[in-house]
Design a protein around this ligand. Structure first.
Ligand code: PEP
Ligand code: MG
Length: 578
């Protein structure tokens, strides 16, 4: 029994079963319409307004019938708002004059009405702004259900996507074939959308703070994903410069892809295995194109898409099987559902601070079912090739043991059902929570491999939100605390002969990759397109030199000193990868 306390606001007592209702908000697009598309859009808006009015009339009528006309006045107010020229006519005017879609016109009008409401001195009138939200929300919902409604899954043409924040669930459903580049207000290089864009080879600039306000719909936008420059309506000269950079990037990419067949072997003969991080199964082909020796991280939660539904066992088996076939004879490491951290998951945001909340393995305590189904599919896929299972967000031996217990339970189930599977599929831990790094020696005794998730490890170690551009300068992969932690993990793995890799973004940065080799790492997993540059760097620096460099770095006091030393020691690598 749990006791809750609030403020009673309407007297009476009742007992019944709870129906829990949550709001769902979706992205609102700002689309530029062709001149001959405006009237059709006005019609779509009129239809959504008419549908909303009919719904409100029906609600009002039912309320009058059931509780009396005097209680239905709230909906009179909603109907008045809906029909008010300040909303209706103004929205139509915005569609016609600004040539934007109905959703965006409504949003524009809503903002100006909110500004108006906030000026009222009367508190009662000011509070009517929540009614306005209610009315606008209803119209937006009616627009969303109407034919021709824009959707991330069906982009009208190839575009530069300008977004405030693009959630992983939205990225999962995005029509990537029509995305030329991505520009976001939030985020930094370890932001998920940035990671995917890199994997797909789509230029992206994140952390622009107010790009959504400053870029008009339909504006020509040039995006340089290397320098981070975004130019709106570029001059012919600026455009020519950017086009030249684009051509140079294309040629360089082609040259680097030519190194596909070369091994990532240091001049003193130390072989480093380079694998690919993948979010979508189709990326396996890109991984091969860039010469990946396996998939070191498959972020399986992207299979959920925006429907936020876990795929069935058979659907998953099919995906994992295809990945193994495509990557044959190399291994494929599948990370179990890492949901809940950022609203990607059937339960939506998991807690007031999702990054520290009920995320990934912690959801096991809520329900084992999604994990059970996934483990069944993974163990069955093991019968077809070298698959590996990786648990994310492990904080210590206790939560790991719960997950390992489930693996054993699932094996027993499969055995009892006579379903073929591989009994000795390697199971590992994504070391990304600092406590897991501290007790790495204990974890090593329980698993077959470690893969260090530096993206989260750095975020939690340095207490810097990896998605917040305001603190991105504090996010230092070469911070002494990070290097010491990485060295400690490598020692624990070495002492117990546990296989070890890094799958965070550090692995894909040539300078940092050399440092990782110096710290003892021999497997690195990264965005497919990062492989050739990292390979080039590793082929140029002897492992013994990298080790000496890492040792010197471990003596230093700050991230900036370490970075300066690394740049000075490896000028060619630094120059090739700024
Ligand atoms: C990490 O945390 O480094 C990692 C590889 O996982 P993700 O970026 O998906 O959190
Ligand atoms: Mg992580």
């Amino acid at each position: 029994m749990t006791g809750l306390r609030g403020t009673g606001v309407s007297p009476g007592v009742a007992v019944g079963r709870a129906l829990v209702v949550e709001h769902e908000t979706g992205p609102v697009f700002r689309l530029s319409l062709p001149p001959d598309g405006r009237e059709a859009e006005v019609l779509r808006l009129e239809q959504a307004l008419a549908a909303s009015a009919a719904q409100l009339e029906a609600i009002k009528e039912r309320l009058s019938r059931e509780v009396g006309a005097k209680h239905a006045y709230i909906f009179d107010a909603h109907l008045l708002m809906l029909r008010d020229p300040l909303l209706r006519e103004r929205a139509v005017e915005v569609v016609r004059q600004e040539s934007v879609n109905a959703e965006w016109a409504l949003r524009t009008v809503s903002e100006s009405l909110h500004a108006l409401f906030s000026q009222f001195s009367d508190a009662y009138l000011r509070e009517r702004s929540t009614d306005l939200d209610d009315v606008i929300g209803r119209i937006q919902l009616n627009l969303r259900g109407s034919p021709g409604a824009p959707s991330l899954a069906r982009l009208p043409e190839p575009v530069v996507l300008v977004a405030g924040d693009l959630r992983p669930s939205e990225a999962a459903e995005l029509d990537w074939d029509r995305v030329l580049a991505i520009v976001t207000d939030v985020g930094s290089s370890t932001y998920h959308t940035a990671i995917i864009a890199r994997s797909l080879g789509i230029p992206a600039v994140a952390g622009l703070k107010d790009a959504t306000r400053r870029i008009a719909p339909g504006a020509l936008v040039a995006v340089d994903g290397v320098s981070g420059e975004v130019v709106v309506e570029p001059s012919p000269e600026a455009l020519a410069t950017l086009r030249a950079a684009q051509e140079q990037h294309r040629r360089e990419d082609e040259r680097l892809r030519g190194t596909r067949a070369l091994l990532a072997c240091t001049p003193d003969g130390v072989a480093v295995r380079l694998e690919a991080n993948v979010e979508f199964p189709e990326e396996a082909a890109t991984a091969q194109l860039y010469g990946a020796q396996g998939i070191g991280l498959f972020r399986s939660e992207y299979l959920l898409g925006r429907g936020l539904r876990f795929p069935t066992e058979e659907q998953q088996l099919d995906v994992y099987h295809r990945l193994l076939e495509q990557m044959h004879p190399f291994p494929v490491t599948v990370r179990t559902w890492d949901v809940g951290g950022d609203a990607l998951g059937p339960t939506g945001p998991s807690s007031p601070n999702p990054a520290l909340g009920e995320r990934a393995l912690r959801l096991l305590r809520r329900s084992a079912e999604p994990f059970r189904v996934q483990l069944r599919a993974l163990l069955r896929a093991g019968a077809h090739g070298p698959i590996r299972i990786m648990f994310p967000f492990v904080s210590g031996v206790s939560d790991l043991r719960v997950a390992l217990g489930l693996v054993e339970q699932v094996k027993a189930e499969l055995r009892a059902e006579g379903i073929p599977f591989r009994d000795d599929v390697p199971v590992g831990v994504n070391i990304e929570v600092p406590s897991a790094a501290v007790v790495a020696d204990r974890l090593a005794a329980e698993v077959d491999f470690f893969s260090v998730g530096t993206n989260d490890l750095i975020q939690y170690l340095l207490a810097v939100d990896r998605t917040d551009p305001r603190v991105s300068s504090l996010y230092e992969p070469m911070h002494p605390a990070v290097l010491r932690t990485l060295a400690g993990i490598a020692r624990a793995a070495d002492a117990s002969s546990t296989s070890l890799s890094v799958c965070g973004e550090m692995a894909g940065q040539p300078l940092q990759a050399v440092l990782l080799v110096g710290l003892g790492y021999r497997e690195l997993s990264m965005a497919p397109s990062a492989i050739p540059r990292v390979k080039e760097a590793l082929r140029a620096v002897p492992a013994a030199e990298a080790r000496q460099l890492a040792e010197r770095c471990l003596e230093l006091a700050s991230g900036s000193e370490i970075e300066a030393l690394v740049r000075e020691a490896l000028p060619a690598v630094a120059q090739a990868a700024p």
